[in-house]
Design a protein around this ligand. Structure first.
Ligand code: ADP
Ligand code: MG
Length: 390
């Protein structure tokens, strides 16, 4: 694969690439709709990601190409750039702009990207392309940013340069991911712990619902508001800043303060899910994948019934997984919901059976097929290393 990419680089730019980098996509293993409630999420890097080949050029230009998109950009070095329509190259251009805004002196580069992540499916190909670009520029121009600064800079690109509202989890996971580790992260304080996550006989199946995403944003904002309502009600008696400042037992004693039954359901999900993340870390550290799997199902059910952000597509995937306990340890929707992807822990030697089975079951019920991928927990952004990425 990488050889082919080098060949393409040569054809495109008439010179050899001198540096290669890789940055993964990510999934959230557990801890959904928790980041804006001061709680814990648990993402990991996956083994799909974005490759970037680079060579300096003497034209004083940035020449940006992607195997995944037709549009190309050739642009002379300037002191800053503006977003251009909605082209893919705005992501690297935003990163370049941030470096320039900070006063770093850059030189012309030829850059070729290739992503094997399904793009636009909630596996964060956007964070992946931001972070790989930031990592590469940091290295090539000795800009001296720490990894956390690269994460924040990449988030700035997504939020300000591109203009999409999103938290820091994606860029964090893509940058700090480690092979066979899950990152238990508080998105407010950015404190995190890398938790051992040995999949052993299992792999991480990623099932894309392939549902066109529509509702997600307005429903997301509605959930944020409902959580704020719940917090306001609890604050009349409790000295807390976030819903996740209390555990489920404390919540039980104070839930009567929330009079709206829907708002109460939302808060119950958030607080119990946050507790589940802590339990999950313990089960993973003890290598109890089956127990972790149960927590995945519990998370899914809570998101479906209490938080109401699943839908027939994601529920169908979890339902199918539950019928196959001999090959599936657990499954859940991942991401904001209403479509996007689900994940499942599936026995390695039964992945083909799982993939075939779920495709048939889902297609029959939903009317179109899902896409099913097998992944492991991979490492975060870095210089591409053939041995490690083989
Ligand atoms: P997600 O992050 O869930 O994959 P987004 O819509 O947030 O979906 O980001 C996808 C966008 O990121 C693409 O439309 C494109 O603009 C950019 N992108 C991601 N990967 C690549 C790539 N390999 N080459 C070029 N652009 C990419
Ligand atoms: Mg994205």
């Amino acid at each position: 694969m990488i050889d082919q990419l080098h060949q393409q680089f040569k054809t495109l730019f008439n010179s050899d690439a001198q540096h290669s980098f890789f940055s993964p996509g990510r999934v959230n293993l557990i801890g959904e709709h928790i980041d804006y409630n001061g709680g814990l999420v648990m993402p990991c890097a996956i083994t799909f990601g974005t490759y970037l080949l680079v060579a300096p050029n003497t034209e004083g230009k940035f020449r940006l190409r992607s195997v995944n998109f037709e549009e190309q950009l050739d642009i002379p070095l300037q002191s800053s750039y503006q977003k251009k329509d909605s082209f893919w190259f705005n992501y690297p251009l935003g990163v370049i702009t941030h470096f320039l805004n900070d006063g770093h002196e850059l030189q012309g580069l030829d850059m070729l990207y290739y992503g094997d992540i399904p793009i636009g499916s909630g596996l964060s190909s956007s964070a992946s392309i931001e972070v790989v670009t930031a990592f590469a520029l940091n290295q090539l121009f000795s800009a001296g940013y720490s990894k956390l600064e690269l994460v924040k800079l990449s988030k700035w690109v997504e939020n300000v340069f591109i203009g999409l509202n999103s938290g820091i989890m994606d860029q964090f996971a893509v940058a700090f991911g480690e092979a066979e580790k899950a990152l238990m992260l508080n998105c407010d304080t950015l404190e995190y712990e890398a938790v051992d996550c040995h999949l052993g006989d299992y792999l991480l199946a990623i099932i894309n619902t392939n549902k066109p995403r529509k509702l997600a944003e307005s429903k997301y904002n509605e959930r944020v508001r409902e959580c704020q309502q719940a917090l306001a009600a609890l604050k009349t008696e409790l000295d807390i800043e976030h819903l996740c400042d209390i555990d489920a037992a404390t919540f039980k004693q104070h839930e009567h303060l929330i009079t709206d039954p829907i708002v109460k359901k939302r808060a119950t999900h958030v607080i119990e899910e946050n507790d589940r993340v802590k339990l999950a870390a313990r089960e993973l550290a003890a290598n109890n994948l089956l127990e972790f799997g149960k927590l995945m199902y519990a998370s899914h059910d809570s998101l479906s019934k209490l938080y109401e952000v699943s839908g027939i597509e994601l529920d169908t995937i979890a339902d199918y997984a539950k019928t196959k306990p001999e090959i599936v340890a657990g499954a859940r929707m991942t991401g904001a919901g209403f479509g996007g992807c689900a994940i499942a822990l599936v026995k390695k030697d039964a992945f083909d059976e799982f993939s075939k089975g779920i495709t048939e079951f889902y297609t029959q019920k939903i009317g179109y097929a899902p896409s099913v991928y097998s992944s492991l927990i991979g490492m975060g952004v870095g210089v591409y290393n053939e041995a490690k990425h083989a």
